[in-house]
Write a protein that binds this ligand. Structure first.
Ligand code: GAP
Length: 435
């Protein structure tokens, strides 16, 4: 884990936010390659939801919703963690459930100073703010703690606009916010994070079958994008772990360097959310079959993943160190579809026509994929720089290129170097990028 964190910082993928002021707990910024990798994770998710299926539509709902939303959803009353405070020297607060994981036996003690702890107290995870210049009754609103509620609020509109009939899904990617107090494990748990959530509305008697479908689909998605199947497992929640809205949940767990932990949750939310919003709003949130006249409140199966957490899993799983010609290298063996840069174009020399030729190859390749031009330093060092950020291909322009319009194409993983013509190079690479 330390090696991944160090790589992220060294190459500017992800680093602590507000560092010039000493940082802010559980908050990170994403730099150039981090932004590109994040975008590729999100694109791969949209592709699997929208491009490869006919039964899911997209939505982008507001982060700040009417405050009644959170009363109806149960988050105002129930979205809380049990907190304990150190009664000894340090007075810090901790999540009781996190302490219990680290101290499975006996009376809990403060992990920092060893002091006694207070009784647990419920602590709501939602960030509250106010609308308008003054804080007055009714002006309190919340930053959404999940994107899902926006989907339930818009269920009726989407049903009409998209002319859908259950089973169908509404997918959304966006920021969510939680007042997490336990700083740990890099971007695994942060105050603000992006979620990729899809609410799949089904006839009640099909809920179980779709719950199983989405567990398989989501597990396979991570495998298709390169995660070792042995590093993934599905784990059903015990009854006492279930969220207030869920009748059954299974997590896709990944074997992070700090142990098995949740990557994504697949929940059977039943008709809880639509029924609650119908009750609180007075609106009917149901499906009426125009042919048969049958009416029912659809049940909901929800695969909910975190973008940052997926990124962390992809990076941990692809991180490797090996040796080439007696020299140590660090390499991210990312799936090409996720790699921030797909191909690096490297002139062997900064003279003899190499840069001009390399520029022309680069201009052509960048029309089709994210490419990077690099002419700084020895060729070996340039390969290493690209290996570290997971670039699957490097194209080197050398003396022979100026004679016969061929280049060497280096593969990050096999280290094989083939001599290939410039003509058709983009097509050749595109064929090797898709999942
Ligand atoms: N709508 C259901 C829901 O939000 P969740 O299990 O609380 O369920 C879904 O969150 C996913 O969002 C998690 O599996 C995780 O990947 C991500 N996630 C949740 N809280 C997070 C946090 N504080 N930091 C980073 N990712 C988080």
């Amino acid at each position: 884990m330390d090696a991944v964190v160090a790589l992220c910082k060294r190459r500017g993928l992800i680093f602590p936010a507000s560092e010039i002021y000493g940082g802010i707990a559980n908050t990170y910024d994403y730099g150039h390659y981090g932004v590109l990798l994040k975008k590729n994770v999100v694109d791969a998710w949209w592709k699997s939801m929208i491009q490869e299926r006919d039964d899911v539509v997209a939505l982008d709902s507001a982060i700040i919703q009417h405050p009644r939303t959170w009363e109806a959803s149960g988050h105002l009353a129930g979205f809380s963690d049990p907190l304990v405070q150190c009664l000894g020297k340090c007075k810090q607060r901790f999540r009781e459930d996190h302490l219990r994981e680290a101290q499975p036996e006996g009376e809990l003690v403060c992990p920092v100073c060893g002091g006694d702890l207070s009784e647990p107290r419920a602590f709501n995870l939602m960030f509250a703010t106010t609308i308008g210049p003054v804080q007055e009754a009714g002006s309190t609103v919340y930053l959404r703690p999940e994107t899902a509620q926006g989907i339930f609020l818009d269920f009726k509109q989407v049903l009409q606009f998209a002319r859908r009939k259950p089973p169908f899904g509404i997918a959304q990617v966006g920021k969510s916010f939680r007042n997490e107090i336990t700083a740990r494990n890099f971007i695994f748990r942060t105050l603000e994070f992006e979620q990729m959530e899809m609410e799949y509305f089904v006839p009640p008697d099909q809920a179980l079958q779709w719950y199983e479908h989405w567990m398989r689909e989501r597990f396979d998605w991570y495998v298709r994008l390169g995660i070792e199947p042995d590093h993934l497992r599905l784990r059903a929640h015990d009854a006492d772990e279930l969220s207030h809205y869920s009748s059954a949940t299974s997590d896709v767990e990944y074997l992070f360097p700090f142990g098995w932990s949740e990557l994504e949750g697949i929940a059977n939310r039943g008709d809880y959310d639509l029924s609650q919003h119908a009750r609180f709003s007075g609106d009917k949130l149901e499906f009426v079959d125009p042919q048969s006249g049958e009416r029912y409140v659809p049940h909901v199966i929800e695969p909910a993943a975190g973008v940052g957490r997926s990124m962390l899993a992809f990076m941990c799983d692809s991180y490797d160190e090996d040796e080439i010609g007696g020299e140590q290298r660090t390499v991210l063996r990312l799936h090409p579809a996720l790699a921030p840069i797909k191909v690096a174009v490297l002139p062997l020399l900064r003279k003899d026509g190499h840069p001009e030729k390399a520029r022309a190859v680069y201009e052509e390749l960048r029309r089709h994929m994210k490419a990077e031009y690099d002419d700084g330093g020895a060729i070996g060092r340039r390969y290493r720089r690209q290996d570290e950020i997971g670039t699957p291909f490097a194209v080197t322009i050398d003396h022979q290129t100026t004679e016969d319009d061929t280049v060497t194409l280096r593969d990050r993983d096999t280290l094989e170097q083939e001599r290939v013509p410039i003509e058709g190079l983009a097509q050749r690479l595109l064929g090797r990028l898709a999942p």
